[in-house]
Design a protein around this ligand. Structure first.
Ligand code: SF4
Length: 252
């Protein structure tokens, strides 16, 4: 009888840990979220919807210049003034109303206390956020993870793109499916979720672009299906347009 050597297929959790350690070794800690306060994290998570972080930062600077990164001023500003300050973020009318809605809700429901809101258990905090107009799952999870230090994975378009190109997920899976997959295969570790998400965004921006993947330069190339450490070959993946992802921040 002829014995055939079989390559061991890594479990998804093992593969994800390898992605994480490889990216961390390659890029180092990302120091996310780039903000000074929890309020800035929350505003940034709203402002970066459907735009680049650069545009969101410009909008935050506009708010800072107007003194709106402090709760008392933010409570009192008119929607029109808010729109003016954040127009660089795009969709500024909608985002101004989302910020206004969040501020009014926090006052009404939590007496203006971020501690009260962010101290809720994760599921309840997420449920309350998702009830707010203009706050979707990605924004809610970014707020919970980066402002509240809850162990939730922000399974945004960048994350789904990398995981689908490595055949851990289908290209068509939605945000909630990807989130559930990551939660199932990783320990609920807020610090790791924080760093891993930031690293996946970084690898997407540097190499794993929406239209073209520059695999030959990417630290994750050894984990591409069909590529072993011993037989690494340069691969350029031309990604068909149909792969473009519906939701989330798309800056690359
Ligand atoms: S660029 Fe290639 S190797 Fe890098 S994450 Fe994307 S698909 Fe994987």
């Amino acid at each position: 009888m002829r014995l055939v050597a079989q390559e061991r297929v890594a479990a998804p959790g093992e593969t994800l840990h390898l992605f994480f350690s490889t990216l961390l070794d390659s890029f180092g800690p990302q120091g996310w979220w780039p903000a000074r306060t929890r309020l800035e994290v929350i505003l940034g998570a709203i402002l970066t919807q459907n735009t680049t972080w650069r545009n969101a930062t410009l909008a935050l600077k506009g708010m800072k210049k107007a003194g709106l990164l402090h709760w008392p001023a933010l409570r009192q500003v008119s929607v029109a003034d808010l729109e003016f300050c954040i127009r660089s973020a795009g969709f500024y009318r909608q985002k101004a109303r989302t910020i206004r809605g969040f501020v009014e809700w926090l006052e009404r429901r939590h007496g203006g206390s971020l501690d009260s809101f962010l101290g809720l258990d994760t599921a309840e905090g997420r449920r309350q956020l998702l009830d707010l107009k203009g706050v979707g799952p990605e924004t809610a999870d970014a707020i919970l993870l980066y402002a509240g230090r809850h162990a939730v994975f922000v399974s945004d378009a960048y994350t789904r793109r990398v995981l689908s190109r490595h055949r851990l997920l289908a290209e068509t899976v939605d945000y909630e499916f990807a989130r559930e997959f990551l939660h199932r295969h990783l320990p609920a570790d807020q610090a790791m979720f924080n760093e891993f998400h930031a690293l996946l965004v970084e690898v997407s921006k540097r190499y794993c672009h929406r239209q073209v993947a520059r695999c030959e330069e990417c630290p994750l190339r050894q984990f591409l299906p069909g590529v072993t450490a011993a037989s690494q070959v340069p691969i350029s993946v031309a990604i068909p347009r149909a792969e473009s992802v519906a939701a989330g921040r798309e800056g690359a």
